[in-house]
Design a protein around this ligand. Structure first.
Ligand SMILES: [Fe+2]
Length: 314
């Protein structure tokens, strides 16, 4: 039995030399400001959660990310894990309590409870007709304005690790993550990467909340954010292209494993942020799968560019 089973990913936490520049990028990416203090920025999505992205002022760096606990008592349980902090109040906008841990790669993992809820933001929802069902929006006009994507929530983190086996054991034993797909190269016992989801029993969850790769270095490959729909991915893409100041990493395409329609962009310090929509959702009954490395392809869209392979920064 794991120590606890986490509910979901809560936020990513970065460090950047310019909070102004970070806010500009994240706003163009489709988030909204939740709070700004003298030394940190808190950005939110359209869901009623206080924030999903934190940037602290300082040298560029990846601090880590946070998971929501399912119950307040879980903070007590996880605080007894070796190396964990005591339960501490979060002295930041949104409040709440947390336990901090350090994963085998040096990332800070916060397990949080009691973060302030806020009202959801309005979302433009576009009804789609299909070839086989073409009257779903009869009599209405679809006229989309140029705008950023509508970021809804954070979905997952992807990391490179020099100790994949130890990292997977740590996340599975402490937080109850379960494998959706373990990826092998050559022989099936040569696992080189793994996509893991939260265990919420019968409840369906995203295909992956943590994707980890064996590598020769440690780094964040990307943080990933769910948006409303496919129009939203493409509108967001065009909006960021038009800004002419951000590096595009990969997309638009549809993944094989997870099946998300994706698009990847670098922030001004090379930290990759993904837009996605329409993931596979699984529950505990779906079990775990072993997949060859060739399954890490796009079902449509370009192949992974060379610059994004083994990409990870700290
Ligand atoms: Fe992703």
């Amino acid at each position: 039995m794991p120590v606890i089973k986490i509910k979901d990913i809560a936020w990513g936490r970065l460090r950047s030399p310019s909070i102004d520049q970070q806010e500009e990028f994240l706003t163009d990416f489709g988030m909204a400001k939740a709070a700004r203090t003298s030394n940190a920025l808190y950005m939110r999505g359209t869901d009623p959660t206080h924030h999903l992205h934190i940037t602290e002022q300082g040298e560029p760096g990846v601090i880590g990310w946070a998971y929501y606990a399912n119950a307040e008592e879980d903070l007590d349980k996880i605080s007894r894990v070796e190396g964990a902090s005591k339960i501490e109040p979060i002295d930041e906008p949104g409040g709440g309590k947390r336990v901090r841990l350090t994963d085998p790669n040096g990332f800070q993992i916060e397990v949080v409870w009691g973060i302030e809820k806020v009202d959801a933001l309005p979302v433009q929802k576009i009804e789609l007709n299909r070839g086989s069902d073409k009257y779903r929006r009869s009599g209405t006009l679809t006229r989309l304005k140029n705008r950023p994507s509508q970021v809804k929530r954070i979905g997952h983190s992807v990391i490179l690790s020099t100790n994949l086996k130890g990292s997977l054991a740590w996340y599975r034993e402490n937080f109850g993550l379960i494998s959706s797909d373990d990826i092998y190269a050559g022989k099936p016992d040569n696992i080189i990467a793994s996509l893991n989801r939260a265990d919420r029993g019968d409840e369906y969850v995203d295909h992956h909340i943590l994707f980890a790769w064996q590598s020769d270095h440690i780094g964040l490959n990307h943080f990933s954010f769910e948006v409303e729909d496919i129009d939203d991915v493409l509108l967001g893409h065009d909006y960021l292209v038009a800004k002419k100041k951000y590096e595009h990493m990969w997309g638009v395409g549809r993944h094989e494993l997870g099946a998300q329609v994706f698009d990847y962009w670098c922030d001004p310090w090379g930290r990759v942020h993904e837009h996605w929509t329409d993931t596979d959702v699984l529950n505990v009954a779906n079990g775990s799968n072993l997949a060859p490395v060739t399954d890490l392809r796009a079902q449509w869209g370009d192949d992974t560019p060379q610059k994004f392979k083994n990409y990870g920064i700290r």
